[in-house]
Each structure stands twice: as structure tokens, then as C-alpha cells.
Design a protein around this ligand. Structure first.
Ligand SMILES: [Zn+2]
Length: 257
């Protein structure tokens, strides 16, 4: 059962169809968000229902796809991403004034970073839409995640990384069979190369903020934090901004809940 109603521009509110690959808003180039029938979801999902998932069921329920009613599909390409531990700090929280402080250990995701959530979700949707080639500019971890999920889905991954990309990431790109181009310059130069080749090569560009689905994967971090705290929203969340998609996802999750 899928509860997606439409894609909607976060800037001008224009609607876009959710049944085909989309990039940004056709009217104003704003980011498209997936909209759900939250009233219908509220009738079937609650903390008790969610608490029973991922205990004995198949792999999708032991991943971020546990929140499947709030995801853009219920047939994921999953490598077991998400459901990472929330570790209570022993000393740091006390040093900050006696409050309880937890760290979400996203290093336990497949390919070792939270990028697995966003790209796992994006590759899932592009696989459903029949996309054959995906390109990404990356400084490291996003490329590893894209390479792994594309390998799982049977999609060509085209990775553009600066020449000084960490060797561990480069090894992962190659291990997962991605087509790698090392660029003399920064990630912005890599993004230019993806833009230049997009039309000619038939790549779907999964750059930050250029498609609707990476944020859908990232938002599961928000659901997990609240569930792991016993369905309590924390007083304060510290979140590294990076490209901004994870931060948007945390906000989106809490608003939806
Ligand atoms: Zn718009």
C-alpha cells in the first residue's frame, strides 16, 4: 500500500506527478518534496505497530524501510541501511551540564555513512522508473553509497570525484563496479562535469537538491531518533549541515510525526 499523493515544490507549491522520474520544479527549479496522505497513514501506523516490526520479519523491516507507509514505495532496494544505534555518551553529556546526550552512530550503515539512506531511497525509485544510468558528484561517501546501491539494483553508476578523494572511497567505487572519473578540482568542478554530460550520456543526476528522493531516505533518521527515545522529540538536535539534505530530512520527519 502506497500513500504518496503527489510531489510538490517546496518553494512555489506547484504539483508534479510522482509516477515518473522528476528532477526539480518545472516552474521555479525549487526542490520537490514527496507528499503523503498523512490522515490515512495515521489510521494504520502508531508506535505499537512500529514496535512490532523488524523483530522477526524480513530484511526490509530491519532497515529504514520499517517506516514504509511514510516512504515513496514499499518495494525497496535495501542493503539493511538505517536502524543504527543511539549511543548514550558516558562523559560528554555530563561535561555539558548533566543532561543526557546521545550520539546516532551512522557509521554502521552499509558503506559506512548516512549517505546510504538517501541514495538507497533514490536508487530504489530510479530502479522502479527503469533508469539505467545514474551520475553523482561526490567528495567521498556519497559515491560509495551510490556505487553499492547501483550494484544491487543493476544500474550503471558514474562517479565524479576530486583527484584527492579518500583512497577507501575510491576502492569502494571500483569494488562495486562504478565508472569513476577523477577530476582536477573541487566537488563543484565534479558537479559541472555531471551537468555537461547529463544530456549527452543519458545520466540521471542525483546531485544534492536536484531530485526528490534522497531527503526521503535521510528523514528516517528523525523517525528513528524519536522512536529510540521512547517516542519523545529531543529538546535539542545537533546536526552537521553538509549539503543540507539530512537537516531538511530531520525537520521533515518531525513535522510529519
Ligand atoms: Zn516551484
Amino acid at each position: 500500500m502506497n500513500y504518496v499523493t503527489e510531489l510538490q515544490c517546496s518553494r512555489c507549491g506547484a504539483s508534479a506527478a510522482a509516477d515518473r522520474p522528476q528532477t526539480v520544479c518545472a516552474q521555479c527549479a525549487g526542490s520537490l518534496y514527496v507528499r503523503y496522505d498523512l490522515k490515512a497513514i495515521a489510521k494504520v501506523v502508531n508506535p505499537k505497530v512500529l514496535g512490532c516490526r523488524g523483530l522477526v520479519a524480513g530484511e526490509a523491516e530491519r532497515s529504514m524501510w520499517k517506516y514504509r507507509e511514510l516512504m515513496p514505495t514499499d518495494t525497496p532496494v535495501t542493503l539493511g541501511e538505517g536502524q543504527t544505534p543511539l549511543v548514550q555518551t558516558r562523559r560528554l553529556g555530563r561535561a555539558m551540564g548533566g543532561n543526557r546526550l546521545y550520539v546516532k552512530d551512522e557509521g554502521l550503515n552499509p558503506t559506512g555513512s548516512f549517505k546510504a539512506r538517501g541514495l538507497g531511497c533514490a536508487v530504489t525509485m530510479l530502479h522502479q522508473f527503469g533508469v539505467k544510468k545514474i551520475a553523482i558528484p561526490t567528495a567521498g561517501n556519497a559515491g560509495s553509497a551510490l556505487a553499492a546501491y547501483c550494484a544491487a539494483a543493476g544500474i550503471e553508476a558514474h562517479i565524479f570525484a576530486p583527484r584527492d578523494v579518500p583512497k577507501g572511497n575510491l576502492a569502494e567505487y571500483n569494488f562495486y563496479g562504478a565508472k569513476v572519473t577523477l577530476v582536477d578540482g573541487l566537488i563543484s568542478d565534479c558537479a559541472k562535469r555531471v551537468q555537461e554530460g547529463r544530456e549527452r550520456e543519458g545520466w540521471y543526476d542525483v546531485s544534492t537538491m536536484k531530485e526528490p528522493y534522497r531527503v526521503e531516505g535521510k528523514k528516517t533518521m528523525g523517525y528513528e531518533v524519536v522512536e529510540q527515545l521512547g517516542w519523545k522529540v529531543p529538546d535539542v538536535l545537533f546536526y552537521p549541515t553538509g549539503g543540507g539534505v539530512g537537516l531538511m530530512g530531520m525537520w521533515m520527519a518531525i513535522e510529519q510525526m
